[in-house]
Design a binder for this molecule. Structure first.
Ligand code: NG6
Ligand code: CA
Length: 511
């Protein structure tokens, strides 16, 4: 990485920031990270979506940078989010999909992405899906929830605590449940049924959408979820209101930052299950609720971009839109996503999807938009979200202390399209680990057992007891396993993987 180039890039970027309408002259650029949930590579128009239109995202891509080989760090949510915020691979902390009553998995002593930006004068906020745990375990949802976002660098937070399909079905603002009532205390359990709400198993006649066994516990808003809760009746969310609720909080946050640069991590619930789009978006796609949720999310993106324009902030705001893992059609609810798919391909030209070690597990639809700084174009640089910590630190001129962002490297010039040089190697975490290196993709043998709920679904996990080696330049679809004929290459890839596992990448310079 060329330091001179980077610092001059930084200066150029900052110098080209035009004065904003809200007095943001000469400020560091705002950063708006639009983090969609479960959105596949092929789910946006510009990447070939057939069953839904995404005009707002396409407009960002046409006027910005479309990245074709940018990855989240893992094929599920919690590990990807962990890496994004800490610059550390999730396996180093055994981060896996969390239940809704899990403790916070980010050590509050770590320097996180929002910490880095806050130290540079940013106001930091998170709105939307959290899924990184809250509290210390055995949490009391009726008082202050600690530790939480503010303890890892966020000045403001408005959260959906875990996922839309997990209890508790309440919003948490600045670490307190919104609308909590001492007379109706909230309790949450993932092991014991709690009195208070009917369950999908016992009262299926109350459901507006059928679900599998795991999703057949507490019914809220006519939909059964994973886990049990009681109390908090005045605090319950209405899924169909999510786009308006979250967008309003995001807009209020941005407006409230007048005079101070902001970092907003806007983590969509869409397009995770349950798919319950607002009536305004029902029927907007030809694919039923999953497609309508994409249209809804695209509308939300459009609203935020319009806000930046109205406030005169567009040219002083770096917008990154991406996703936390690949697409999935059957994730527990009967919502016609499989039946109504038509000729739409959520994974684009790649194999697999959510949960998968194949490319579509982590290769994300990714757009970078910053008028006047990022030139319109397409880049096939190999990039990982684990690098956003170091790259954005580079943008704001922060040097990372040793140990901070242990797997994160500064690829700012590639993220902004100033260079085509991305990573040489890239780790993809799933139930096993996979590694990209030049034209090669290696998938490590999986010796564990596939969870029953996953094994029973029609999902290509990429899990095998054997080594797998694919040549992505020859066939991006990962159909022909070359491991048996490329023994030396397999060995080389295994060695790289071992080094990554053994020590933080910043020590070994493995990137
Ligand atoms: C799985 C859930 C799935 C989804 C996922 C988390 C079952 C059978 N499946 O365990 O529905 O909630 O966890 O998705 O329970 S993620 O995008 O947040 O990682
Ligand atoms: Ca996800």
């Amino acid at each position: 990485m060329n330091k001179l180039f980077l610092s001059s890039l930084c200066l150029t970027a900052l110098a080209s920031c035009k004065p904003g309408g809200t007095g943001q002259q000469d400020q560091k650029p705002n950063i708006l990270l639009l983090y969609v949930d479960d959105l596949g590579y092929g789910d946006i128009g510009i990447n070939g979506a057939r069953g839904v239109q995404t005009p707002n995202i396409d407009r960002l891509a046409e006027n910005g940078l479309l990245l074709t080989d940018a990855h989240c760090s893992a094929a599920t949510s919690t590990p990807s989010r962990y890496s994004l915020l800490t610059g550390s691979y999730a396996f180093r902390n055994n981060a896996a999909i969390l239940p809704g009553n899990a403790p916070l998995i980010i050590d509050t002593a770590m320097t996180t992405l929002p910490d880095v930006l806050r130290a540079s004068g940013y106001k930091t906020g998170v709105v939307g899906k959290w899924h990184l745990g809250l509290g210390l375990g055995e949490m009391d949802w009726n008082g202050e929830i600690c530790p939480g976002p503010k303890d890892i660098g966020f000045d403001y937070s408005f959260l959906l605590p875990a996922t839309g399909d997990r209890v508790p079905c309440v919003f948490v603002e600045n670490q307190r449940v919104v609308g909590v009532d001492p007379a109706d205390p909230i309790r949450v359990s993932y092991s014991d049924k709690l009195d208070g709400f009917p369950t999908g198993t016992e009262n299926p006649e109350l459901l507006k959408m059928k679900a599998d066994t795991q999703h057949s516990n507490t019914i809220v808003n006519g939909v059964s979820r994973i886990g049990y809760m009681s109390g908090g009746r005045n605090a319950l969310w209405t899924d169909e209101d999510f786009p308006m609720v979250f967008n309003k909080k995001a807009i209020d946050f941005i407006k409230g930052c007048e005079g101070q640069p902001f970092f907003l991590y806007y983590a969509f619930h869409d397009i995770h299950v349950p798919h319950l789009p607002n009536p305004a978006f029902v029927g907007k796609s030809s694919m039923g609720p999953r497609g309508d949720a994409i249209a809804q999310m695209d509308w939300c993106v459009g609203q935020l971009v319009s806000l930046l324009e109205e406030l005169g902030l567009s040219e002083n705001t770096l917008v990154i839109l991406t996703s936390d893992n690949g697409p999935v059609l059957d994730d527990g609810y009967e919502d016609m996503a499989v039946e109504m798919l038509g000729d739409h391909n959520p994974s684009g030209p790649f194999r697999g999807g959510k949960y998968s070690a194949y490319e579509a597990g982590t290769r994300m639809p990714t757009v970078v938009y910053w008028p006047g700084v990022v030139e319109p174009g397409v880049s096939d640089a190999l990039l990982s979200q684990v690098d956003l910590l170091a790259s954005l630190a580079g943008l704001v001129g922060q040097n990372l202390k040793p140990g901070v962002g242990p797997d994160s490297f500064n690829y700012l010039d590639a993220w902004l399209g100033k260079s085509n040089k991305g990573r040489d190697i890239l780790l993809e975490e799933a139930f096993t680990m996979a590694l990209r290196f030049g034209e090669w993709k290696y998938i490590h043998p999986f010796k564990g057992f596939t969870p029953e709920w996953l094994a029973n679904k029609d999902i290509e996990t990429g899990l095998s007891g054997e080594d797998q080696l694919y040549n992505l330049y020859q066939e991006p679809g990962e159909m022909f396993n070359l491991a048996a004929s490329q023994i030396d290459k397999v060995k080389e890839m295994q060695n790289i993987l071992e080094r990554i596992i053994k020590e933080p990448s910043r020590n070994s310079e493995m990137h």
